[in-house]
Design a protein around this ligand. Sequence first.
Ligand code: FE2
Ligand code: FE2
Length: 298
Amino acid sequence: MKIAHVSDIHIHKRKGFNIYSICSFICTAFKTRIDMSVLDALLSDLQDLKDKNEFDHIVITGDITNTNHYDEFELFKNKFNNTFTHGSSIDWLESDFFSVVPGNHDRGYSGNISKKFQKNIYNQPRRAKDLHPIEKTLDKNTILILIDSTGEFPLSNLPFGCLGKIDNAQFKRLLKILERNKDKFKIIAMHHHPLIVPYYRWLAGFGILRKSRKYLTKFYSSGVDLILHGHRHYPFNWMHNPTPLSQQKMKVICAPSVACATVYDTNILNAYNIYDIQNGKVTIRQRGYKNGRYQWLP
Ligand SMILES: [Fe+2]
Ligand SMILES: [Fe+2]
């Protein structure tokens, strides 16, 4: 099973003077926005690699928009539909090839977290509280579980509310899915990072998933094999070292941003990951944007 892991596209179409332009002035996170030529290069690269069977599934771990604006969702949908399905709508909820989860930039500041995302991307007219986790069978041995980590709590109802949360009802449903799939290779995809990504910048640890110790402990005891996330815009992977007490391995991988890795550090390339999963072993390769196109990184 080969998976392309894309994260943090940050399509920005909002114009004029508004709360987001104020935030952009004071907060680096809101300066994050994709250059359209990079997005076009990304789509053409994904199409090319898909044609060469370099991956069997694509998962996008959130922040597809920069300001949760209708035009940003429209552009995302149109670009992906035109590239992969000749303009017809991709069913992101049911597709066995395309998966996406919301990020903190895909929610508004009105308190209706994910409402626009669900309407525009999942094609759910009203907010469906029990939509996540979404379970997908990738092959007979592998499942992918999509989590909404942008959960509802008052402090996050602001455009700069980058904290993550998994609500309790969703977490209970997730544990049942894990219980049902004990013998399979279990992948969780979500936006927020359950571990601190060791890359220092001001308030670097602030946007972590809340109560992540509780979640990580349960993920581990439930035999989760791989956690894919974004949000930090920095490439990182961590693996639990098996000990005499436990032979289980669990990997946590942060994909860099495909769009705005360079906002924080000009030495980091905009990039995405390709994973090859064989017999429980995960091999990671990277495609980075260099000289106007995406290419394999050493
Ligand atoms: Fe982001
Ligand atoms: Fe984020």
